[in-house]
Structure formats: structure tokens, C-alpha cells
Design a protein around this ligand. Structure first.
Ligand code: SF4
Length: 455
């Protein structure tokens, strides 16, 4: 096992790879959702009893206190960290422990998954090596976070892979096989035989924000190509742009997640699209930088407007969303400094009014600008001439149950969480984050929205 903080290329050098022998492996990149942000908490997590287990996950457990108590009372296990994966792993390991260890069967493994899914609430897409037995993948009963399975045929027979997104299969010459569905478990035994079980499936609640922002454009999630969905998101924004009476000279994107929606909008309103903000690709995503100061610094160094395109023009700038408003304001200022006469800020997501508790660490309600301010106030704060948000009904129509794709989670836009009542959990993470993040963006807007600029 090898772990570290930083980009994969910084952490993994050839000398580390050489040491990782065997025919099964798992890898993981993450930013912190639950628990502190240090390399000890980098995944995979391992345990050696009752079998060697190495587990990774994508998501967030929301009843970790209950699970930690249960682990202690029922199985006499004390988790070592505050990480939610540890709870999933020890619950699963403890359930395996009660089986006949000499004759562990696929049924036993699926039984342990079933109990784990019953006890652990939240979002999790997991992959686990069970040493000496095989590779297991399973999701939470709602299937909130994506998990896909791929296959490659080799002269020695098929090999398999699981991943959060299908993109990596293209690089590795794997064929996409299928999504691992809500509550489903897939186990590949040592003879490469594939076993499936639909265990605790509930009505699906796929994260719609993966389609809007988080997933890579070339991924296919639940049968939908992300790039195509983003074009559609842009096209349906055309109605709101027309309703607002806006006639931009040019549509531009905030690179790079705004690109497909911007091009879709430009096409729909018959206005030229240009890439007028150039991104420095050596900077990370501002969204996942853990501090406000760090995020602003990334935006400042990351984006450079092309004055020749922008000067003297009315610009419609499309971003995937407006979270705290600080990044949006910086972008509007950049465009004005480059000579834009008017700036319309267009969000391909509806207003984000509730925090995500399922593994996308966007912000708490106090930080979410749309949870605290009206559209007019937001417009003044980000210093735009007009702010346009995606219509929630349009978004829900787009991702409505059709073509067998199932339901989606819209909780960050509606406050209705598919796992049910979460007030206690929200209070807890608010307290936890206050202790970790003293600087709050929206809180620092003051109780009153800032005065509008001349624009
Ligand atoms: S709350 Fe939003 S970001 Fe979180 S899973 Fe639901 S749709 Fe995705």
C-alpha cells in the first residue's frame, strides 16, 4: 500500500508502483468529506481480521455516530479514525466475522453487504479486496454516487475493473459493462466468475450534480453522456435568457465545466460562442480547495480573459453553478476589467440552497449565497448586470424518470434529502465545520447584501 497527499503523479513514482505486486489492486483519490484532512485518512483502509480487507469508497456516511456506537456495542470494535469509510469497512468485516470463516461463500459475502447497507446510511460506492477470495463492489440502497464496471478480454481470459466514472476505461482499453445499480453488489471471485445480487435497492436517487459539474464530460453515467446532458442544460436556459430580454453579443464559458452548457445556450439563442476565459491547467479546481482564501487565489491565477474578444461586448458567461458567489464575482470583475460593457452571469444549475451531505463538499447553508440572499441581492453581490439560474422544474424534467434512467437526487436545490430526515446530521456537520473552517464566505457578506456597483 502506498498513500500520500497531493496529485497522483506526485504521490506515485515508478519505485512505488514496482513494490505493488499481485493481480488485484485498488486506488483512490479523495478530498475530505467526513473527518480531518490528512494523509493518514487517505484510502484504502485495511484490516486484517477476519480476512485481509482493503476498501475504498466514494460518498459520505450520515449516521456515523450510530454506526460507531453499534460497532462498539455489538462487535466490540473501536474505530481508530473519524473517517466514514472505517465505519463501512468495520461493519462489513464484523458481519463477515460471524460467518464460518473456513467456508466463506458468495452468499455469506452478500449477506454481510446486506447488513452493512441496512446499518450504514448515506451515500457510498465501495470497492473492496477480500484477500484470498476476490473483489467486491457495492453501493448504498439509493445508488447516489456513481459506480461503473468494465471488462477487458485478454489471452488469459477476462479481467474486470470498477470505477466512479467510465472515462478511465477508455484509457485502459476496458469496455464499459454496466452501472452498479442502487443497492447492488457485484463480486468477482478468484476464478474471475462474476456474481451479482440486488440487495437493498430503494427508488433510485442518482446525484444530478454529477451531470452538472462533478463528472468528467466524457463519462457516461446511468446511460447518459455527461457532455450531451450539459449541452441540453445550456439549451433549456435559452428560454430564461429570452424571458429576461437579454441580447448578449457573445456567450462564453467558465472553463471547463461551463463549456458544454455555454455552447448549448449559444446554439439555442444563435449568438457566437467563444472561449474568452483561458484556464491555467496547472491549477487545481477552486471548488475543492478547502479554504476560502485558497479558492480565491486559485481563481485569480487560473483564469485569464482574452481582451480582444470581450472588449466592448455584452457577455453572457455560463458557469455550472453559483455556490458562495465569491468565484462568480471574481469572474465578473475579470470580464469588466477586460472591457465587457455588460456581464450576464448564467448558472446551469438552479440556486443551491442546501448543503450536500452525500460526498460533495460544497458548503454549509450559511456559506451558500442562494440560501441567504435573493437573486437581486446575488446579482449585486457578484456585480453582474443580470443573474440567471437554471429553472428547477426544467432540470427535474430533464432528469425525470425516462428511458429507464430512474430518479435523481436534487436535495441541494430543494432541501429534500432522499435518505429522509437529516436535521441532526446537518447540525452536527455545521458544528464540525465551524471548528475546522473559521473563515466563512457568505457569512462575511454581512447580514445585508453588498451595495451594487455602477453596473
Ligand atoms: S445533494 Fe446535490 S450534490 Fe449532493 S447528492 Fe444530491 S444532487 Fe448530488
Amino acid at each position: 500500500m502506498h498513500k500520500g497527499q497531493g496529485l497522483v503523479n506526485d504521490v506515485f513514482k515508478p519505485k512505488h508502483i514496482k513494490k505493488l505486486t499481485g493481480n488485484t489492486g485498488i486506488g483512490h483519490v479523495r478530498y475530505t468529506t467526513q473527518g480531518a484532512n490528512d494523509s493518514d485518512l487517505a484510502q484504502p483502509f485495511t484490516t486484517s481480521y477476519p480476512f485481509g480487507l482493503a476498501m475504498v469508497h466514494n460518498g459520505n456516511v450520515i449516521n456515523f455516530r450510530d454506526v460507531a456506537r453499534l460497532l462498539h456495542e455489538k462487535y466490540h470494535v473501536l474505530p481508530k479514525t473519524t473517517n466514514d469509510l472505517e465505519l463501512i469497512m468495520y461493519t462489513f468485516a464484523s458481519e463477515l466475522r460471524v460467518k464460518d470463516l473456513d467456508r466463506l461463500s458468495v452468499v455469506d459475502i452478500f449477506d454481510a453487504v446486506e447488513t452493512t447497507q441496512e446499518l450504514v446510511k448515506g451515500a457510498y460506492a465501495t470497492v473492496t479486496i477480500i484477500a484470498g477470495h476476490g473483489l467486491l463492489a457495492f453501493t448504498d440502497p439509493l445508488g447516489i454516487r456513481p459506480l461503473v464496471m468494465g471488462r477487458r478480454d485478454t489471452p488469459d481470459g477476462p479481467v474486470y475493473a470498477f470505477a466512479s466514472e467510465s472515462t478511465c476505461f477508455d484509457y485502459l482499453d476496458f469496455e464499459f459493462v454496466e452501472d452498479v445499480g442502487p443497492g447492488q453488489a457485484v463480486f468477482i471471485d478468484n476464478d474471475f466468475k462474476v456474481h451479482y445480487k440486488n440487495i437493498n435497492a430503494l427508488p433510485k436517487a442518482f446525484c444530478v450534480f454529477e451531470q452538472i459539474y462533478f463528472a468528467r464530460e466524457d463519462s457516461t453515467i446511468h446511460g447518459r453522456l455527461v457532455a450531451r446532458e450539459r449541452v441540453r442544460l445550456g439549451k433549456i436556459l435559452a428560454r430564461k435568457v429570452a424571458d429576461a430580454g437579454l441580447k448578449p453579443d457573445m456567450v462564453i464559458d467558465v472553463p471547463s465545466s461551463g463549456y458544454f452548457s455555454a455552447s448549448g445556450l449559444a446554439e439555442a439563442i444563435d449568438v457566437p460562442y467563444r472561449r474568452a476565459l483561458v484556464k491555467n491547467n496547472h491549477m487545481g479546481r477552486s471548488f475543492i480547495v478547502p479554504t476560502q482564501a485558497g479558492r480565491e487565489d486559485v481563481v485569480k491565477k487560473k483564469l485569464n480573459p482574452i481582451r480582444a474578444f470581450v472588449e466592448g461586448k455584452k457577455i453572457a458567461v455560463v458557469d455550472d453553478s453559483i455556490v458562495r458567489g465569491t468565484t462568480s464575482r471574481r469572474i465578473v470583475r475579470l470580464l469588466r476589467e477586460a472591457g465587457a460593457t455588460e456581464v450576464y452571469f448564467i448558472s446551469s444549475a438552479p440556486p443551491i440552497v442546501s448543503p450536500c451531505i452525500y460526498g460533495i463538499d460544497m458548503a454549509m447553508s450559511t456559506e451558500l449565497i442562494a440560501a441567504n440572499y435573493s437573486e437581486e441581492e446575488i446579482c449585486r453581490y457578484i456585480e453582474a448586470d443580470k443573474v440567471i439560474y437554471q429553472d428547477l422544474n426544467d432540470l427535474q424534467d430533464l432528469f425525470a424518470e425516462e428511458r429507464g434512467h430512474g430518479g435523481s437526487c436534487f436535495a441541494c436545490f430543494t432541501g429534500k434529502y432522499p435518505t429522509g430526515e437529516v436535521t441532526h446530521y446537518l447540525r452536527h456537520i455545521q458544528e464540525e465545520r465551524q471548528s475546522h473552517r473559521p473563515a466563512k464566505a457568505a457569512a462575511s457578506l454581512s447580514a445585508k447584501a453588498p451595495a451594487p456597483t455602477e453596473h
